[in-house]
Design a binder for this molecule. Structure first.
Ligand code: GAL
Length: 740
């Protein structure tokens, strides 16, 4: 690549494809990428309405830099099938919504205006994974990840797959595209820097045979300079620049680490780490999959810093590159997997799945955070031929990583390196985990991980009653405790981080699976704190008493039993000004956890004390090393005092030079005087967005469990965004977001 030109702004969208769109620009809706073809309301929409064949048009002006060069168009992700036309010339349709693809469009271009048209099919076509049967999630549709033009020399770098190892070597492959198919010699240079100074240079002479594609192996190249290993606490990244003599260059970041699963658990740089995390779907209300970089990155931040995860499973497809880049930067491990769900299609389908695996590995090879390739369609039946092929493909492309295959059937044949199991055995009473050998049917222990639990076993909405929310908390603790305590498991990823849209015949009927520990807006439910509280106190001090603090909201009334998610040493619970009890984490029940919850039972005779007669305010205080470190106050008399508004980012970027739009989330809570959210309030907010931003959300929105979130999307206008949020019972809230 000599030059990259972003072309995310000013596309024209047509909700109905017509062949004439390949001939000339037609009047349509002006849109910016990422774009979702059919906007989805929150609940109760017909998923069929999202299945369309639409069209996009873009006027690409011939650029001086194209002269005598190769010009490619690259799509980072289009759901689910895309057929490109450049000035009427058609290219092969790309199938699969989660991986990038590019075309050499040099020959189709002319001086002046060039018409790019893309036919996008969002129907659930049986030839494209994950479709062919019912699946428990929606895939929406559209050009929902970025698009760019790449200008290259005639001999160019097609792909770069490079990753570092703990013994300070780099491994991988560089693919060269020799458009002229000429025999010649060229030097390939690999240069590493730590951002400030160069630390390594390798020059490899390559003789090109005259084939269109040539592969150069990068094997065990020892790096000369000092290297800091990539790990969870210090995820050190290095810049890699791969170039050819002719000025071609690709830049990426990687890290140096060893990551492997053994029968004794998971090891990162020879250190045993129990994996603890959640599954993530990349869906959002209103815009489906179409969220830009900042929002994708935010999900990684939430998983690591708010949910205390050290791992995420990108169920059930490759996530956005921005998400993975952020995982690299913050030290969050990733299990990445092939698109699919329970179903294996015919030969054509399987070929497309193999292609998707190839595209996934090419794109994501360099990410130190990616530790496993999931090459088995989630929960599909055994199919030895197909899975022998998927494993062979992954291994031939990447000898540095292991493969896994997630199943829910027991005694399924282990063709992968790691046996990953969705274990939904626990329904509230049974033993939470089955013995590994009972599941695998194997005589010996193998590398093993639980990739899902809970989920549909106990769907939970933020609006549910306290007993239900508490049960949700206990179920997540029970599984976390079992995973922490069982030596023959590398750890687990619970189902799931965020609620997600689904088909009518899954979930709660309103097109939602309420399986998240957070809702679809990423607002935490009570169970989120089970994960958060496992963080080290250096990272965050967590004190979450799970109560709405009311006298009569539960059978019998009162607030007990009270579960408190915390990483404090102990807590004090006050009823009014009186110390009710001092309580410690419940090691008896949850002894394998680093930070068991505090569990305060109903003491004998409690109903006869003060609490029975007069409801009082409450106070929970957390202590570490005898020092008070956190406190939560609960009003006895909850009244709606104000709207509490949290803005995730105060500064956004406008759309510039073809960049994609930028966005941030605003969360509004109805709160009482102590800042507690009022879960049963049934009221609206009126949102007014002005200046350089557009609202993603409902203008008049109803609070659910006391909360509503929306996003704002930037435009080309470099004007600050002014937002007013109103409710007739409390003061308006005005906020300003700068746009630069
Ligand atoms: C699993 C499946 C997930 C999700 C989950 C709900 O079987 O792998 O995608 O549907 O159930 O609990």
């Amino acid at each position: 690549m000599i030059k990259k030109i972003d072309i995310n702004a000013d596309w024209i969208f047509h909700s109905k494809w017509e062949n004439t769109l390949t001939k000339s620009i037609k009047k349509g809706e002006s849109v910016n990428i990422p774009h979702n073809m059919v906007s989805v309301p929150m609940h109760y929409f017909d998923e069929k309405s999202t299945w369309i064949i639409g069209g996009y048009q873009y006027n690409l002006k011939y650029d001086k830099s194209f002269e005598n060069k190769r010009v490619f168009i690259k799509f980072e992700g289009v759901s689910s099938a895309a057929k490109l036309f450049v000035n009427g010339k058609g290219y092969e349709e790309h199938k699969g919504g989660y991986t990038p693809f590019k075309y050499d469009i040099t020959k189709a271009l002319k001086k002046g205006n060039n018409l790019i048209a893309v036919k996008v099919d969002s129907r659930e076509r049986a030839d494209i994974p994950p479709f062919g049967n019912q699946i428990d999630y929606l895939c929406y549709g559209g050009i929902y990840r970025e698009v760019s033009i790449i200008v290259s020399e005639n001999i160019s770098i097609d792909n770069t797959m490079i990753v570092g190892s703990a013994n300070k070597e780099i491994n991988g492959k560089v693919n060269i595209y020799n458009a002229k198919k000429e025999k010649c010699n060229i030097n390939l240079k690999i240069e590493l820097s730590d951002g400030k100074k160069k630390i390594h240079t390798t020059i490899m002479p390559v003789s090109l045979s005259g084939e269109m594609y040539e592969e150069v192996e990068i094997r065990e190249i020892k790096v000369q300079g000092n290297i800091t290993l990539w790990d969870l606490e210090n995820p050190k990244l290095y810049n890699v620049e791969v170039s050819l003599d002719n000025g071609e260059k690709i830049e990426l970041k990687t890290g140096f680490r060893d990551a492997y699963f053994t029968a004794q658990g998971f090891f990162l740089n020879s250190k045993n780490i129990k994996l603890r995390g959640l599954n993530r779907h990349q869906s959002y209300p209103y815009v489906g999959y179409a969220m830009p970089k900042r929002v994708q990155e935010e999900d990684a931040n939430i998983l690591k810093y708010e949910l205390g995860s050290n791992v995420v499973r990108s169920s059930h497809y490759p996530p956005s590159e921005h998400f993975l880049n952020r995982c690299d930067e913050i030290g969050l491990l990733v299990l990445e997997e092939v698109p699919g769900w329970q179903h294996i299609g015919d030969k054509e389908w399987q070929d497309n799945a193999l292609k998707n695996i190839e595209e996934m590995i090419v794109r994501d090879y360099h990410h130190p955070s990616v530790i496993l390739w999931g090459v088995r369609v989630n929960e599909s039946p055994d199919n030895h031929d197909f899975y022998t092929n998927t494993n062979a493909l992954a291994r031939s492309m990447d000898y540095t990583r292991q493969t896994s295959g997630t199943r829910f059937i027991t005694n399924s044949k282990l063709l992968e390196d790691v046996y990953t199991m969705n274990d939904f055995n626990y329904e509230g009473t049974q033993a939470p985990l089955r013995e590994q050998k009972v599941v695998t049917g194997l005589k010996e222990y193998v590398p093993y991980m639980i990739t899902e639990y809970n989920g549909h076993m106990f769907p939970t909405k933020s609006i549910d009653n306290e007993e239900h929310l508490m049960q949700h908390v206990l179920r997540h603790y029970t599984m976390l405790n079992a995973l922490a305590g069982y030596e023959h498991v590398s750890g687990g990823t619970g189902w799931c981080a965020f609620d997600y849209h689904t088909h009518y015949d899954f979930g709660s009927g309103d097109r939602f699976c309420y399986h998240g520990v957070c809702d679809i807006f990423r607002s935490p439910k009570w169970a989120a704190a089970c994960y958060a509280s496992q963080m080290d106190t250096k990272e965050a001090i967590v004190l979450e008493p799970h109560t709405h603090w009311t006298r009569g909201n539960r059978p019998i009334g009162g607030i007990l039993p009270l579960i408190i998610s915390t990483n404090c040493d102990y807590i004090e619970l006050y009823f009014g000004d009186k110390l009710f009890t001092k309580a410690y984490p419940d090691k008896k029940r949850f002894g394998a956890l680093k930070h068991p919850p505090v569990y305060i039972e109903m003491p004998e005779g409690f109903r006869d004390n003060d609490a029975h007669m007069y409801w009082k305010y409450g106070k929970v205080v957390g202590y570490i090393n005898g020092k008070k470190v956190a406190q939560k106050l609960f009003a006895s008399n909850h009244t709606f005092e104000k709207l509490d508004v949290k803005v995730s980012d105060k500064k956004l970027n406008s759309i510039k030079d073809g960049s994609s739009w930028d966005s941030t989330k605003i969360t509004v809570r109805a709160v009482d005087k102590f800042g507690s959210t009022l879960p049963y309030i049934n009221t609206y907010i009126d949102i007014d967005v002005r200046g350089g931003g557009k609202l993603i959300g409902d203008k008049i929105a109803v609070l659910e469990a006391g909360v509503y979130s929306f996003w704002v999307a930037t435009t080309k206008e470099k004007k600050s965004i002014n937002i007013t949020i109103k409710n007739n019972r409390v003061k308006d809230v005005n906020i300003k977001i700068d746009v630069v």
